[in-house]
Design a protein around this ligand. Structure first.
Ligand code: X8Z
Ligand code: ZN
Length: 606
């Protein structure tokens, strides 16, 4: 992604850039160019750099201080960017059909894709869209479930309760309660779809879904096929896990509540969205008491502060040969949830001022799960730092999945050996049974996520293309959730609700296939990095902690940003030009053998 797309997408919002060409947005024809394509790209880069500063500041303040006023400021900044972008795309058309050198052509192509929120040129509509986008994220960020005026629970607290409660009815209350934030989003979302599609049309795409799929150095149709191929490859892993989880939940809650031939009730999986299931490990633990990977208790015992948790993640990247984070990172990041104002707690990493001003925004809790999110977020920051010397239009990841995969790859190195070395657990010894336990813990997050990661955009692709009509938003959502994930809502969810809006990335306008791709890519990256680090033995026992060789190759891939097609970047690290699911499949072989044994005699599927 470009720096601007990352700013917009990664930060939930939108847009960036310079006000220099507002007039051009109103032009209806491409004027004869007064500058060469190279000069045009140089100007675009310069203007982008300037405009990003203002937009980054406005978006940061909005996300860390949700008020009416910051909505005005953020929407105004987004509007300015949208006008600039639209004007520049119009001007870029003057170079269509010219023979340009590869780098200039790529910069122009990326400029055209340089927004995840394409706005119509009509100034009224453009303004309307940026306002709606800002309001939608605000509704999510400030969302809470109120039993009555004096008894409200924030989204972050509800998330925590979903993780720890094991009471069927209580879980249903939290699940349903969080979704009370969504009905006010429905009309706004419907209008947003109309407006972004109009914007995408003006840029030459049939709808926003096609535009999002165009960002992968292949045709949108080829990309769709490639993502479908990857899903088919990993689906057998998910099917085994689903079968085992449903059986255990049936034992725990009773088969009347969890019928063994039906989808799993969506509120029982330890996660508000049933996207990652690691929190029901207590129910799933294959060999109870065998291993002690209890990082949570160390964090509590040693009373780690949020800063100390972030330091731990930073130390990992430093062990790979990367720089310490700048002082401004520590001064300007939001690590904890402020007591006195509404913020967007959903974790994000920001590369402001062309990657010179790195920050994370989180509401860190003292858990191992959060520690891994921190490692994930710093992956974004280290990517942003690595490509900061690229021109602004090339400041982005090879494709959006790469950005999400860096920090996740690093979390694969959080082996017992690593955790013991840095004092987060006491012993690194791992018996065969402990390996299965650990693989189960990981699979509940990494494998359970796969269909969820795939379907979120499948739903949006359908919405943007018009295949899914507004009157069927919720119906189509649950149809996909059931088909892909084998889960079902705890109660009837009619069209009076807008359940997709309960997931951050939908009101936040952040495309989601990136996370699905990252779940597969991270194992592919890890396999290559472990080879480079000289690891011997199975992939699951490899930690690249401390390997300067692996770090240098990882960094080199990141440093090219999006200056070249992602296939080239992937080839440099892994020797192949294709995303490849064999690494994740190999990784989980021990667990799969265990699950198949457990599932023998069960009737799986839904
Ligand atoms: O949104 C995120 C990151 C920020 S880029 C915390 N993730 C997805 C999610 O929470 O839904 C990481 C995993 C998937
Ligand atoms: Zn991320």
């Amino acid at each position: 992604m470009t720096k601007l797309a990352k700013l917009m997408a990664g930060l939930a919002l939108v847009v960036m850039m310079a006000a220099c060409s507002e007039q051009a947005a109103d032009d209806t024809t491409a004027a004869a160019p007064t500058e060469t394509a190279e000069e045009f790209v140089a100007r675009a880069n310069a203007e982008l750099e300037e405009l990003s500063k203002e937009i980054g500041a406005a978006q940061w303040v909005r996300a860390t201080y949700i008020t009416e006023d910051t909505a005005v400021l953020a929407a105004a900044a987004s509007e300015r960017y949208a006008k600039w972008h639209s004007g520049m795309v119009k001007q870029a058309m003057a170079y269509d059909g010219q023979q340009l050198d590869a780098s200039t052509q790529r910069a122009i192509d990326l400029l055209k894709l340089g927004t995840s929120l394409p706005a119509p040129k009509d100034p009224q509509k453009l303004k309307e869209l940026t306002q709606i986008a800002t309001e939608l994220t605000g509704l999510y960020g400030a969302g809470q479930y109120c039993r009555n005026d004096n008894d409200c629970i924030s989204g972050t607290d509800l998330e925590g309760l979903m993780q720890t409660s094991r009471d069927f009815d209580e879980l249903e209350e939290y699940w349903t309660g969080w979704r009370t934030i969504t009905p006010p989003m429905r009309d706004k979302f419907e209008r947003y779809v109309e407006l972004v599609n109009e914007g995408a049309n003006e840029l030459g795409y049939s709808d926003l879904g096609e535009m999002w799929r165009a960002g992968f150095d292949m045709s949108p149709a080829e990309f769709q096929q490639d993502a479908a191929r990857l899903w088919e490859e990993v689906k057998p892993l998910y099917d085994e896990l689903h079968c085992a989880v449903r059986a255990k939940l049936g034992e725990h809650y009773g088969e009347d509540k969890v019928p063994q031939d039906e989808p799993i009730p969506a509120h029982l999986l330890g996660n508000m969205w049933a996207q990652e299931w690691g929190f029901i490990y207590d129910i799933m633990e294959p060999y109870p008491g065998v291993s002690d990977l209890d990082v949570d208790s160390t964090l509590k015992k040693k009373n780690f502060s949020p800063q100390e948790m972030v330091r731990s993640a930073e130390n990992f990247y430093v062990s790979l040969g990367m720089d310490r984070l700048p002082d401004t990172f520590w001064e300007r990041s939001q690590f904890s949830k402020p007591r006195d104002r509404e913020v967007v707690c959903h974790a994000s990493a920001w590369g402001l001022d062309g990657g010179n001003d790195l920050r994370i925004k989180m509401c860190i809790k003292q858990t191992y799960d959060e520690l891994r999110v921190i490692y994930h977020e710093l992956g974004h920051n280290y990517y942003q730092a690595a490509y900061k010397d690229q021109p602004p239009l090339f400041q982005g990841s090879a494709h959006s999945g790469f950005h999400e995969a860096i920090g996740d790859t690093v979390t694969l190195s959080m082996t017992p050996g690593y955790l013991a070395e840095v004092g987060l657990i006491s012993s690194a010894e791992e018996s065969e049974k402990a390996v299965i336990n650990r693989q189960m813990q990981m699979a509940l997050d990494k494998i359970a996520f796969l269909p969820f990661g795939k379907l979120i955009d499948e739903w949006r692709w359908g919405v943007f293309s018009g295949e899914i009509k507004p009157e069927d938003y919720n119906k189509a959502w649950w149809e996909m959730r059931t088909r892909y994930q084998g889960i079902a809502p705890p109660s009837e969810r009619g069209e009076e609700f807008f359940d997709p809006g309960a997931k951050y990335h939908i009101p936040g306008n952040v495309s989601y296939t990136r996370y699905f791709l990252a779940r597969i890519l991270q194992f592919q990256f890890q396999r290559s990095l472990c080879e480079i680090a000289g690891h011997e033995g199975d992939l699951a026992s490899c930690s690249i902690y401390g390997s300067k060789e692996a770090g240098a190759r990882f960094h080199a891939m990141m440093a090219s940003g999006q200056s070249e097609p992602w296939q080239d970047a992937l080839e440099k690290l892994t020797g192949t030009r294709h995303m490849d699911a064999t690494a994740i499949i190999d990784y989980f072989q021990p667990l799969m053998a265990y699950l198949k044994e457990q599932n023998a005699g069960r009737s799986c599927g839904w």
